[in-house]
Design a protein around this ligand. Structure first.
Ligand code: PMP
Length: 330
């Protein structure tokens, strides 16, 4: 028995019960562990789907170049699909991203352009603007734009949602996911709510992002924006893939709580995962403690990526101390 290419191993990731981290909570919390994908993140799902949809629509031709602004995981998902299908890749990313993520993209044959983090999205130096400009300059190129491309949320509607529904035999009562482009939470939640509209959908945002206030007030408040270190969640724009109507609640998590929880997942559950996973689990626990979450409740939390990309940061005591997230040793 074999797969025709590595792309056939994308999806069907396991659901794993959290035993220690939820402490005294009564209901069941299951983690959907997305590092089992071949690129070690949830983004393999959308990399493949965005390229296949572009091929179907004739937006990219053989030998073409894929150009995207990505924090790394989407780049890797696109790079996997591109390598198997014979496309070139150019990615723009920010100087906030882990070196490990950037090296990994280069290892998969992609060209990576590193852009400044602390500029406005419409500044010509921003990673959004550079990706857009390159896609206009280079012929036979395709700019998937994961923020606004409906294939992103659709990938989760077609795969992540049905997998969770089947794996829980329809017993899921709460679904928790980080909010980056919004694709994961919006697509999965749309499928789950179609099966059972009572399922509660909880979005996890980062302190320093506009999402929570926008969800609660409908106001885009630039004063909410400040730099933070959790990679992959929170935004300073409102992407088309983020469907606020499908959410029941948004929980905001700061870097310290995200990273301490990330380390607990590794130490107490042997789940060696990334920082947005700690944020998602912290947000899930906070929601469960502050709302009715009872014995028969079944919560599924998405863990988007692996800890391998954060060994020099979240899993490094010195870095954690330097940032004030760990007490000093003496
Ligand atoms: N966590 C990580 C590590 C990510 O790379 C992303 C993608 N930006 C997310 C969470 C959020 O997923 P989505 O973009 O589907 O909202």
């Amino acid at each position: 028995m074999y797969y025709n290419s590595i792309l056939e191993t994308i999806g069907n990731t396991p659901l794993v019960k959290l035993n220690a981290v939820p402490e005294d909570l009564e209901g069941t919390i299951l983690a959907k562990v997305e590092y089992f994908n071949p690129g070690q993140s949830v983004k393999d799902r959308i990399g493949l789907k965005m390229i296949e949809d572009a091929e179907k629509e004739g937006l990219i031709e053989p030998g073409g170049t894929i150009i995207e602004g990505t924090s790394g995981n989407t780049g890797l998902g696109l790079a996997l699909a591109a390598a198997v299908k014979g496309y070139k890749c150019i990615f723009t990313t920010t100087d906030k991203q882990s070196k490990e993520k950037i090296d990994l993209l280069r290892a998969m044959g992609a060209e990576v352009k590193v852009c400044p983090t602390d500029v406005e999205p419409d500044d010509p130096r921003s990673y959004y603007s550079v990706a857009k400009r390159l896609s206009e300059e280079i012929s036979n190129s395709y700019y998937p734009n994961q923020y606004d491309n409906p294939s992103n949320a659709q990938a989760h509607y077609e795969t992540t949602g049905p997998e969770i529904w089947d794996q829980t035999e329809g017993k899921i009562t709460h679904y928790v996911a980080g909010m980056g482009t919004g694709g994961t939470i919006s697509g999965t939640a749309r499928y789950l709510k179609e099966q059972n509209p009572d399922i509660k959908i909880i979005g996890v945002d980062s302190d320093g992002s506009v999402y929570k206030k926008y969800f609660e007030t409908g106001e885009f408040d630039k004063d909410e924006i400040h730099p933070y270190l959790t990679e992959g969640i929170g935004e300073d724009i409102i992407p088309k893939n983020m469907d606020f109507d499908i959410l029941d609640e948004v929980v905001q998590v700061n870097d310290k709580n995200a990273f301490i929880t990330t380390r607990r997942l590794a130490e107490e559950e042997a789940l060696f995962v990334g920082g947005s996973c700690g944020a998602a689990v912290y947000g899930a626990l906070e929601y469960a403690r502050n709302n009715s979450f009872e014995k028969d409740d079944l919560m599924v939390v998405i863990l988007p990526d692996s800890g391998t990309r954060y060994v020099g940061k979240i899993y490094n005591d010195e870095w954690m101390r330097e940032k004030g997230f760990l007490e000093s040793e003496n």
